[in-house]
Ligand binder design. Structure first.
Ligand code: GDP
Length: 300
């Protein structure tokens, strides 16, 4: 499956290490727990979550009188699944009577443009009419890059010249979406880290324009995070997410890291659903997040 291929590195760098440990040590003693703790923290599961996990395992070992460490694997995968599950909510909230607006936020380089292209393709495959708004007028090349993805996905991109007011681009894009009777409008925004206050003002202005033109919009504000940056991604989400009305997360480049445990940390520490994960650079490599499939792909 897509998940299995995309999670190869995490399986090798994390799951196989756990399996190894369980077979090698056999005995469940303090050293075993310490090593397990190290592996979990090394996979970016997050220190607090790891402590809780280990406590849970200790309790199970006691309760079920388990003596052989290899018997712990199904219990560990079950616990991870419980931590990940929460309320799996990967559906995009659609506007029942009109254009659905999905706004993307995230710092440069995390994979925002790529994800927009992939999502446009997904919607298109579902038979929906999609329009993209080139709202990152700040980063050199951002507009052109979005156009490349628009062409790939076969959807129209609404743009102005570099340096223009992103809110004006959004206004144009909403008008175009109305005229063409589009189903979905996907909006890119600037992801520069410097000038954070201005970026917030810019986002607020974008919000106001979209809300005024389409009541109830934006229907989703998706924050894109790069899984390969581990705990950094988590901190970004905490800093940036609270203020920008984020409704869901996209975790990219999971295929590029052995530290897929970051998904667990994110689920535990942020009260936001993971809507999609990126498992490669191609158009098809965007998967709706499903905790059960995810854990199965790792442990099965
Ligand atoms: P942006 O600056 O946030 O718009 O980032 P881009 O969309 O330009 O992506 C930055 C780089 O990450 C590009 O080289 C993409 O091909 C790559 N990328 C994006 N998503 C994924 C993913 O899920 N997996 C992998 N392996 N690479 C990705």
């Amino acid at each position: 499956s897509k998940f299995r291929d995309g999670l190869e590195k995490t399986r090798k760098g994390f799951v196989e290490k756990v399996a190894d440990l369980m077979i090698r040590r056999k005995k469940i003693d303090e050293e075993f727990y310490e090593e397990l703790e190290e592996i979990l923290i090394g996979a970016d599961v997050g220190v607090n979550t790891v402590m809780d996990l280990i406590d849970d395992l200790r309790a199970e070992v006691k309760k079920q009188r388990i003596e052989d460490a290899s018997e712990l694997q199904p219990i560990l995968s079950q616990k991870l699944m419980e931590l990940l599950r929460g309320d799996d909510d990967n559906a995009i909230r659609m506007n029942p009577d009109g254009i659905t607006v999905v706004l993307f936020v995230g710092v440069n380089g995390v994979g925002k443009t790529t994800t927009i292209g992939k999502l446009a393709h997904r919607f298109k495959q579902e038979g929906k009419k999609v329009i993209l708004a080139a709202g990152d007028t700040f980063r050199a090349g951002a507009i052109e890059q979005l156009e490349v993805w628009g062409e790939r996905a076969g959807v129209e991109v609404i743009k102005q010249h570099a340096g223009s007011d992103p809110a004006a681009v959004m206004y144009d894009a909403v008008q175009a979406a109305k005229q063409r009777q589009a189903d979905v409008l996907i909006c890119d925004t600037a992801g520069r880290l410097q000038n954070k206050t201005n970026l917030m003002e810019e986002l607020n202005k974008i919000f106001r324009v979209i809300q005024r033109e389409i009541p109830g919009a934006p229907h989703e504000v998706l924050m894109v995070l790069d899984a390969t940056t581990g705990q950094n991604a988590l901190n970004q989400a905490k800093l940036f997410g609270e203020k920008s009305g984020v409704t869901g997360l996209v975790l990219t480049k999971l295929d590029g890291t052995a530290k897929g445990g970051i998904v667990v940390a994110i689920r535990q520490e942020l009260n936001l659903p993971v809507k999609f994960v990126g498992l490669g650079e191609k158009m098809e490599d965007l998967q709706p997040f499903d905790s059960e499939q995810f854990v199965h792909a790792l442990f099965a």
